[in-house]
Design a protein around this ligand. Structure first.
Ligand SMILES: Cc1cc2nc3c(=O)[nH]c(=O)nc-3n(C[C@H](O)[C@H](O)[C@H](O)COP(=O)(O)OP(=O)(O)OC[C@H]3O[C@@H](n4cnc5c(N)ncnc54)[C@H](O)[C@@H]3O)c2cc1C
Length: 301
């Protein structure tokens, strides 16, 4: 049974137009609170006020609220941003998807307010620790970045020689959650790299790429094998002498919506369907072993 922890929202920071980070500190008992590994999550339980009825409208593809506001206690899952090596607090990032919980929580929870964390739990990234993987490609879209940051911090604090490449996809540069934090993390270790892609912003509007922080425009995999391009560290001579690249050694974690992971979503009739290709499809196409892929689906579409 996961434990329940009463926590206080110690610090709330706006990270993008639709997301905020929350530093939660335990109010009393913290036994077991930090017994998690990067990739795991907590259920965040909070009292919010919201319209009595909120239903999804297939035509407008939006949630439509109606009726008077009522108070409800609701809980949703949020992956941990902080590393278990950082005792004293739990950091979460919450992004609004225009649903029934996150937008109201983001509007209503203030610094000093009490919430409850239930957990920690989850198996995402578990294999990394069980297999002692040394090469990790973390694929994220939007709010899917927490586990990548937790893993990087964990590697730093434990002085692990694990190579981590963060592939982070967002609509525009302004949508990148924790942009500065990711860059700062990469600057702390030669083992870390970040590749940001903006799917709806041209390259000339993005910062200049450097050796360890790259920017690209469009979706990952549109032109070539993204993983090979950004992980093959061999010099030119080694590349000329052998065809072998090291990218297939990478263990891949993919986190975000179903469309980012495997292109699945609801079709016009509301049925589950394969609507496009996701990161997993591209990895498999380039002969990545399914046993080197782990997925954490936050929500559908
Ligand atoms: C393990 C795990 C970890 C997670 N970690 C994070 C995290 O770190 N940060 C984060 O921000 N989120 C995370 N999430 C997602 C989070 O739990 C919530 O799902 C998210 O905050 C949205 O909740 P909501 O109630 O506000 O939205 P919901 O009401 O659940 O709506 C979500 C989306 O689905 C759409 N939708 C709702 N009903 C339908 C329908 N019938 N047909 C089609 N579309 C529909 C809505 O329009 C909306 O866009 C995680 C999820 C999981 C499972």
């Amino acid at each position: 049974m996961p434990d329940r922890y009463d926590v206080r929202a110690e610090k709330i920071t706006t990270e993008s137009s639709d997301s905020k980070s929350f530093i939660f500190t335990p109010i009393d008992n913290d036994e077991g609170l930090y017994d998690y590994l990067p990739g795991q999550f907590f259920m965040l339980e909070a009292k919010i006020s919201r319209p009595e009825t909120i239903v999804y409208d297939k035509e407008s593809k939006q949630m439509v609220p109606s009726g008077p506001d009522i108070e409800v206690v609701e809980k949703k899952a949020y992956s941990v941003v902080s590393s278990p090596t950082q005792k004293g607090h739990i950091e979460l990032i919450i992004k609004s998807e225009q649903g029934v919980f996150a937008p109201y929580l983001l509007d209503q929870i203030q610094e000093g307010d009490k919430c409850t964390l239930i957990g920690p739990t989850g198996k995402f990234m578990k294999e990394i620790f069980e297999q002692n993987s040394k090469y990790i490609a973390c694929w994220s879209a939007g709010s899917g970045i927490p586990s990548t940051l937790s893993l990087m911090q964990y590697c730093l604090d434990n002085e692990l020689d694990t190579k981590v490449v963060a592939f982070d996809s967002n609509k525009t540069q302004a949508d990148i959650i924790y942009h500065e934090k990711i860059k700062d993390m990469v600057s702390k270790s030669d083992n870390f790299k970040a590749v940001f892609t903006a799917t709806r912003e041209p390259l000339n509007k993005l910062p200049k790429s450097k050796s360890d922080i790259k920017y690209k425009s469009g979706r990952f995999w549109t032109d070539e094998n993204t993983l090979e391009k950004y992980t093959d560290d061999r010099g030119i001579l080694a590349k000329l002498l052998s065809k072998k690249t090291n990218w297939q050694d990478y263990y891949n974690t993919i986190c975000g919506s179903s469309s980012f992971i495997n292109g699945k979503g609801r079709d016009k009739a509301g049925k589950m369907a394969k609507l496009g290709e996701g990161v997993e499809d591209h990895l498999l196409k380039f002969n990545c072993s399914p046993s080197n892929i782990d997925k954490d689906q936050y929500y559908l579409q």
